[in-house]
Design a protein around this ligand. Structure first.
Ligand SMILES: N[C@@H](CCC(=O)N[C@@H](CS)C(=O)NCC(=O)O)C(=O)O
Length: 211
C-alpha cells in the first residue's frame, strides 16, 4: 500500500461530524496523520492563514505534503483514490462508483440539512430551524432504513467512503433530537461501521433542552 512520506496534517474539530468522517478513513486506512484542532470558537478558521487552506473557512482540511484538500467528501475521495490500492473504499467499477456518489450527495444534502443541522440547536443553542431539520431527518431515515434492510453497506456489500460520509452525523442524530429507535436497520448498519478494524468513535456531547 502507498503511504505518505510525511504524516498527513488533518485540520478538524472534535465536535464536527464532517471532521470525524475524515479521521475515520485516516484511521481505517492506518495512514500516519497529525491532528490539528482548529479553535472554531475563537475564529481560527477565518484567519488569512486558514482561509488560504479553505476559502470557505471551514473544517475539515488536510495537507498531504504540498497538496491541500478541503471539503470532507472530497478528502474521503482523495484519500481513497490515493492510498487504498484495493479500491474497496472508492470502487472503480462505474456502477459501484455511481452508488458511492449517490450517497455522498445525500451526505452533502439531506444529511447536512437534516440531522447535522438539528444537532447544533440542542448542543450549542444555535438559532436554526429545528423543526425543519428534524422533518428532513425523518424523511431521510424513512428512506434509509428500508434501503438497508437487504444491504450490508450503502453501496451493497463491502463498506465504502459513502458509509463513512453518512456515519458520523447519523450516529450523532439522537443528540439533535432525531431518535433512531424506530430504525433498526440503520442502527445495525451503524454497529457494522463501528465493528470495522481501526474504527475511531465520534465524540458525544451533552445536549441542552430545546424550548
Ligand atoms: N461541505 C463542508 C462542510 C464543512 C462544515 O460545515 N464544517 C463546519 C464544522 S462541522 C465548520 O467549519 N463551520 C464553521 C463555519 O462554517 O464558519 C464539508 O463537507 O467539509
Amino acid at each position: 500500500m502507498t503511504i505518505p512520506s510525511r504524516p498527513i496534517r488533518f485540520y478538524g474539530h472534535p465536535l464536527s461530524g464532517h471532521s470525524h468522517r475524515v479521521e475515520l478513513l485516516l484511521s481505517l486506512l492506518r495512514l500516519p496523520y497529525e491532528r490539528v484542532d482548529v479553535d472554531l470558537a475563537k475564529g481560527a478558521h477565518k484567519t488569512p492563514e486558514f482561509l488560504a487552506r479553505n476559502p470557505f473557512g471551514q473544517v475539515p482540511v488536510i495537507e498531504d505534503g504540498d497538496t491541500v484538500v478541503f471539503d470532507s467528501n472530497a478528502i474521503l475521495a482523495y484519500l481513497a483514490a490515493r492510498y487504498d490500492a484495493s479500491g474497496q473504499w472508492l470502487p472503480r467499477d462505474p456502477l459501484a462508483a455511481a452508488r458511492v456518489q449517490q450517497w455522498l450527495s445525500v451526505a452533502a444534502g439531506q444529511l447536512a440539512s437534516g440531522p447535522a443541522a438539528a444537532r447544533p440547536v440542542t448542543v450549542f443553542g444555535a438559532k436554526l430551524d429545528h423543526d425543519r431539520a428534524k422533518a428532513i431527518a425523518a424523511q431521510l431515515y424513512a428512506v434509509l432504513d428500508p434501503y438497508l434492510s437487504a444491504r450490508r453497506s450503502l453501496s451493497g456489500d463491502a463498506p465504502t467512503i459513502a458509509d463513512l460520509a453518512m456515519y458520523s452525523y447519523t450516529a450523532l442524530a439522537p443528540e439533535g433530537g432525531v431518535p433512531l429507535d424506530a430504525h433498526a436497520n440503520v442502527r445495525a448498519w451503524l454497529a457494522r461501521v463501528e465493528a470495522l478494524p481501526g474504527f475511531v468513535p465520534v465524540q458525544r456531547t451533552p445536549t441542552k433542552t430545546v424550548a
